[in-house]
Design a protein around this ligand. Structure first.
Ligand SMILES: [Zn+2]
Length: 271
């Protein structure tokens, strides 16, 4: 699944190629994605110039004067820039064609992705309005995490993966950040000390920041905005390493299930 770093890599990859470009046509090959692609997109997007490409959580926003194209890559989506006359393949569901003959093409084999056309302030749309802060923003700091976690009995791993707490902390990044912070994934969020909130915030920022800096990805068939494959370059410390020795203490990494997701941790390094 494309995670926040992959979506950010996509954003920075496509932005220089589409910002300032005028859309001439929208080619829709399959309307039924996670939500039906609205007919207003086909009617209202042609003629619009993409002013900026932004990201909020795992949503990409193509901001135009009359509205905003909101794109979510779902489970398996990828966006690439192609010459508009390159024949579409089976899972290429939608092209946004620009006046220079380039097209932004969404490929999404599992069709959990979404392409919507929003008018008005997109941040007030129901998909975006209740999201927590961006992990790399100044708003997401130790004070915020400490205040927000008081009296919460939910396990800290599930707490940081909840998009109302903070957006974009997927399963791998949550496990790795908790290892870096020395916090056991099962610990109740409300029991985090102020100091440990500080460590956890720093760890989340560094794990995600590093993945973004490396254009990293967790998905083998992910391609960046220029069609190049991406690789998760960070060495994983705990994720997927159950039964293997901890790289810090040589203890054995354990796996537990939390809310149907696998969590990995070192019982010696994480308390
Ligand atoms: Zn260890």
């Amino acid at each position: 699944m494309p995670e926040l770093p992959e979506v950010e890599t996509t954003r920075s990859g496509i932005a220089p190629h589409v910002e300032g470009r005028v859309v001439t046509e929208v080619v829709l090959r399959r309307r039924k994605l996670r939500y039906p692609v609205p007919r207003t997109l086909l009617a209202d997007l042609p003629g619009q110039m993409v002013e900026r490409v932004e990201r909020r959580a795992k949503y990409l926003l193509l901001r135009c004067e009359a509205g905003t194209v909101l794109i979510h890559l779902g489970m398996s989506g990828s966006l690439r820039l192609v010459a508009a006359d390159v024949p579409a393949e089976k899972h290429d569901h939608i092209d946004i064609v620009f006046e220079n003959g380039q097209a932004l093409r969404l490929r999404d084999p599992r069709r959990f992705g979404a392409v919507l056309w929003l008018t008005g302030d997109p941040m007030e749309h129901k998909l975006l309005a209740t999201l927590g802060p961006e992990p790399l923003s100044d708003e997401f700091d130790a004070d915020y995490l400490y205040q927000h976690s008081r009296k919460r009995k939910v396990a800290v791993k599930q707490f940081i993966m909840d998009s109302h707490t903070v957006v974009g902390v997927g399963n791998i990044y949550a496990s790795e950040a908790l290892f870096r912070a020395g916090i056991r994934p099962q610990l109740a969020a409300g029991r985090l000390s102020r100091r440990r909130c500080e460590l956890l915030v720093e760890s989340i920022k560094s794990v995600l920041g590093q993945a973004i800096a490396e254009g990293g990805t967790t998905l083998r068939d992910f391609v960046d905005g220029e069609g190049r494959p991406g690789y998760f370059k960070q060495q994983l410390q705990v994720y997927g390493r159950a039964g293997e020795p901890c790289r810090a203490c040589a203890g054995i990494i354990r796996e537990v299930r939390q809310g149907q997701r696998a969590s990995f941790y070192c019982p010696a390094c994480q308390r």
